[in-house]
Every structure is written in C-alpha cells, then in structure tokens.
Design a protein around this ligand. Structure first.
Ligand SMILES: Cc1cc2nc3c(=O)[nH]c(=O)nc-3n(C[C@H](O)[C@H](O)[C@H](O)COP(=O)(O)OP(=O)(O)OC[C@H]3O[C@@H](n4cnc5c(N)ncnc54)[C@H](O)[C@@H]3O)c2cc1C
Length: 288
C-alpha cells in the first residue's frame, strides 16, 4: 500500500526503522527482529541506505524480501550518495518490478573520510533534486527527512529546514520523518512554524530509544540532536549499566511518545536499530 493511503487511516501511524546488516549473523538477527515486531502490525517499516556499494545492494535485497515474505509494507531509503541518475533509474525500475511503492528520498551524508557531501557527476546534490527525479520516473509515494532542531549544515538554522521542507512538499513529498529529538518542544515549535508556512503533509516524529548513552551522545553531536540537561542528569550516572540504561531509555521514549500522540502527532517512527525489545516495550506502554 502506498504511504499516502496508509497515512489517510484515522489512527496515528507506527513505523520501525531498520538498517542493512553487514554480516550473515546480523541479517539473521534482523529477520528475528522483524518476526518479533510483525505482530504489532506497524503501518510501515523502513530500511536505511548505506554510503555505497554493497550496503546499497543489501538495502534493496532486504526491502524486496520484506515485501515478498512478510505482510509488512516496506519503505526503501534512497540517497544521492555515489549514484548517478542512471543508477537510480535502474534501482527504481527494480523496486517497481518487486512491488515496492514507498521511498524515503534523502541527500545522504558524506562518505567516511570526506567532510562535505559531493554530488557525483550525473548525480544529485540535494534531496529535493532526488525527490523530483523519483517523482518523474515512477509512481512512488515519496517521503522525506526533516530536522526540528535544524540540520547541522543549515546556515540559516531551522528556517532553512522549513523552507526546504516546503519545497519538498511542493515537489510531491507525501510525508516527512524527523530526525530524533529528546525535547518535544522542538517538535511542537517546528510544527507550528511549518503550519504557518503552509506545510500540511504529516510530520512524523522520529523516536530514538536510548540503549547506550555514550553512543547517543556521540551520534547526537554529529546529527544535530541536542541532549537536554535533564536527560544527561538521568542517563549519565547509569551509563555504565547497560540494563538500567536500556530500561530508562524505554521509559523515557514511552513518555515522550505518549506526549506526542496526546498532542496530535500523526504517527511515531521508532528507530528500532534491528532490535525488537525497546520497540515492543514502548508499544506495550502506549497500549498499541
Ligand atoms: C528519517 C531519516 C532517515 C535517514 N536515513 C538515512 C539513510 O538511510 N541513509 C543515509 O545515508 N542517511 C540517512 N539520513 C541522514 C541524512 O541523509 C542526513 O541528515 C543528510 O545530511 C541530509 O539529508 P536530507 O535528505 O535531509 O538532505 P537535504 O534536504 O538535501 O538537506 C541537506 C542540507 O542542504 C540544505 N538544502 C536542502 N535542500 C536544498 C536546496 N534545494 N538548495 C540548497 N540547500 C538545500 C539543507 O538545509 C541541509 O542543510 C536520515 C535522516 C533522517 C532524518
């Protein structure tokens, strides 16, 4: 089913994000996770797209297998990294032939070792370019990313992100999924500003259950998600104890998600990271 139709359903969407594992064992773990999350009947599940070569093939393989072997509706992430328009055309043709209907169109990050993103010759510079191309090629429902705290490269702050989100909507994006954040005030402010700019597509908040505090601190510094003082005060003292961290991560993500739903968020996109435990516990806490 196309995302545009999924999102017309009255209840908030629930989705899980996976990544393509690098090893056979990792892939077995992912399938175990998918089996464990399937009974929750998520609205869709998404699979990230790596920085090049074999990881991109793995995304395709996993997305196609989800479509073929499960009842879940997959959304394939797609980035501009390392791909020409011809590469993208071929991939989209394969997706179409396999019945894949949903794409998350992204720019992607610079590959490891380079500090800035460089479009390849014959490729795309921004998610807006990729989105426009995908929409012209085939009849996919295309979602995009957005950043309630601002993308780290946005020189004009959140205003830039709102401007480009409006552009993405005008180019045919049917929904936006946000970078994770820990303070819902960022999302509410962003949503209000988006509303004033005429952005009407659902802005689905991304939820990151913390399992390893040190890792989250490192990753958040790179992706521009701030760590509020209250979160640091709760997490730092227990950060060496992974079981307590995981439980606290589930409790905090559940409270955050409940507040978002209470305040009318159109759905929740949970960064499951190929593990089912936190996503299952959050859904149980929310009675989903
Ligand atoms: C939900 C979600 C899923 C993700 N999945 C993946 C994944 O699978 N693989 C992966 O590699 N990365 C993924 N990312 C990370 C993402 O690729 C990076 O954050 C990347 O740096 C920006 O991608 P974007 O699509 O937001 O880019 P863009 O929207 O192109 O924005 C990039 C920068 O350029 C600016 N900009 C945007 N459009 C224009 C324009 N038309 N003209 C001038 N400036 C512009 C923006 O302000 C921003 O600073 C994901 C992020 C999110 C939030």
């Amino acid at each position: 089913m196309k995302l545009i139709d999924i999102l017309k359903q009255k209840k908030p969407s629930i989705s899980f994000e996976f990544f393509p594992p690098k090893t056979d064992q990792g892939e077995a773990n992912l399938w175990q996770c998918i089996q464990e999350l399937s009974p929750l009947e998520p609205s869709f599940v998404s699979v990230t797209y790596g920085a090049g070569g074999s990881t991109q093939d793995r995304t395709r393989r996993i997305v196609e297998r989800i479509k073929k072997e499960t009842k879940l509706e997959p959304m394939a992430h797609l980035t501009c990294v390392g791909s020409t328009a011809d590469n993208i055309t071929e991939l989209l043709g394969n997706y179409k032939a396999s019945g894949i209907e949903n794409i998350l169109a992204l720019r992607g990050d610079a590959p490891e070792g380079s500090s800035t993103f460089q479009a390849v010759a014959g490729g795309f510079s921004y998610a807006t370019d990729l989105l426009e191309f995908v929409r012209q090629q085939q009849d996919f429902s295309v979602a995009v990313a957005t950043y309630p705290e601002g993308h780290p490269e946005s020189t004009g702050g959140v205003h830039d992100d709102l401007t480009y989100l409006k552009m993405k909507q005008d180019l045919g994006a049917v929904a936006a999924v946000t970078q994770y954040f820990f303070d819902n005030a960022h999302y509410y402010r962003f949503r209000e500003a988006a509303d004033k700019m005429g952005i009407t597509i659902p802005i689905i908040p991304g939820i990151m259950p913390i399992a390893n505090y040190a890792q989250i601190v490192r990753f958040s510094a790179m992706c521009g998600a701030s760590i509020p003082d209250w979160l640091q005060q709760k997490m730092q003292p227990i950060s060496e104890d992974l079981d307590s961290t995981k439980q606290m991560g589930i409790d905090l993500a559940s409270q955050q998600a409940q507040d978002l739903l209470d305040q009318g968020a159109p759905g929740l996109h949970i960064y499951a990271l190929n593990k089912s435990e936190a996503s299952k516990a959050i859904c149980k806490n929310l009675a989903i």
